[in-house]
Design a protein around this ligand. Structure first.
Ligand code: MN
Length: 267
């Protein structure tokens, strides 16, 4: 079995080392990860400049790009189109739960795996404190072993968050949905030494206390496993919208009011 291991914390992060070590029990591990931290890079691709890869150790490649770039380079450049059997992304330092998953490079790398038709898992340790990553890596390995018998449907991945407590203290796995959070003080304004303003994206997260969510599972000491689907269509709303009279022929969209004057010569 061939396993591609990646992350968004960078190839030197302790979380990816623990993950690669765990999955060497399952098969041949190829590590392809960003050369530096790319947390919160989402599903970004690098299109405006070239990418370089360096093999820093046997079967360990550092890439000057995003987590998504790493998955694409691994499959199409290093493996020459031969797909690995599994993509595992992480172990991220910090949770990837609820609304955060769309920002997450860790989760997006796993999504890239699913787009290539490869079963994929994202795994995160739900703390920013320096805790060991081995228990979370072991959890990901056990889940992967179960997926061999029960493969995931296309375009789906497992988003796994592991509580930062000793393995023996974990209460088990809870199957969850994404939770929601409310941010306060999102932008922290500062003033530089020249008197000009600058800003940090910061913010304090408050998680909504909803049951059966990833957030509730972590709070209660469970491992959270959420199946995610790349298809973001809201099918329930789509059905409801069919009664809104929006699907009209193009002629019905013709302007009924005078158009504002467009100024000439401006770009
Ligand atoms: Mn990260």
């Amino acid at each position: 079995m061939r396993i591609l291991v990646t992350n968004d914390d960078g190839i030197f992060a302790p979380g990816i080392k623990a993950l690669a070590a765990a999955f060497r029990q399952l098969g041949d591990v190829l590590v392809v990860a960003p050369d530096a931290e790319r947390s919160a890079s989402g599903h970004a691709l690098t299109l405006q400049h070239p990418l370089r890869m360096t093999e820093i150790a046997p079967a360990e490649w550092s890439v000057t790009g995003t987590p998504t770039d790493c998955v694409l380079l691994a499959v199409h450049a290093i493996l020459k189109g031969e797909k690995p059997d599994l993509v595992v992304s992480g172990v991220n330092a910090g949770p990837n739960m609820g609304d955060d998953v769309t920002y997450s490079g860790t989760v997006s790398a796993a999504f890239e795996g699913t787009l290539l038709g490869i079963p994929s898992i994202a795994v995160s340790l739900a703390t920013f404190d320096p805790e060991p990553f081995e228990p979370a890596a072991q959890v990901a390995l056990e889940l992967a072993r179960r997926l061999i018998d029960t493969p995931l449907p296309p375009k789906t991945l497992l988003n796994v968050n592991v509580p930062a407590i000793p393995f023996e203290a974990m209460r088990g796995i809870r199957l969850t949905r994404l939770g929601h959070r409310v941010f306060t003080d999102i932008i922290a304004p500062r003033v530089d030494p020249r008197g000009r303003p600058y800003y940090w994206v910061a913010g304090t997260a408050q998680w909504a206390p909803e049951e059966r969510t990833d957030i509730a599972a972590i709070r209660d000491g469970f491992i959270s496993v959420t199946p995610l689907n790349m298809d973001m269509t809201d099918y329930r709303l789509l059905v409801e919208m069919e009664t809104w009279g929006l699907d009209v022929p193009a002629g019905a969209l013709a302007p009924t009011h005078p158009q504002p004057h467009r100024s000439e010569g401006r770009t």
